[in-house]
Design a protein. Structure first.
Length: 94
């Protein structure tokens, strides 16, 4: 089980990424709490690692940023719609 410091670091990294993206879903443009966002790799073949709290903690901030640049930040609902409908571009509407 992760220590309290590890949990806080994970939350902090994710919070920074969400804030950098304006705390809004790239598809529906709604604001949500940090834990309600997913980072969707637009081109799956470029994915080096998933942007989960656990994976972000084991990487440098620079590598997390590089991976995030391959993604759009979407709410969990829109992320499911993307996978269901096979949509991957930011301009698609749910």
């Amino acid at each position: 089980m992760p220590s309290k410091n590890q949990r806080e670091r994970r939350r902090g990294l994710r919070q920074r990424l969400v804030e950098m993206r304006g705390s809004r879903c790239a598809v529906c443009n709604q604001k949500f709490a940090t834990h309600q966002f997913d980072f969707h790799h637009v081109i799956p073949e470029t994915k080096s690692f998933p942007l989960t709290k656990t994976m972000m903690t084991s990487r440098s901030w620079q590598s997390v940023l590089e991976e995030a640049n391959k993604c759009i930040m979407v709410c969990a609902n829109c992320h499911r719609d993307i996978h269901e409908k096979g949509q991957t571009n930011e301009s698609s509407n749910s």
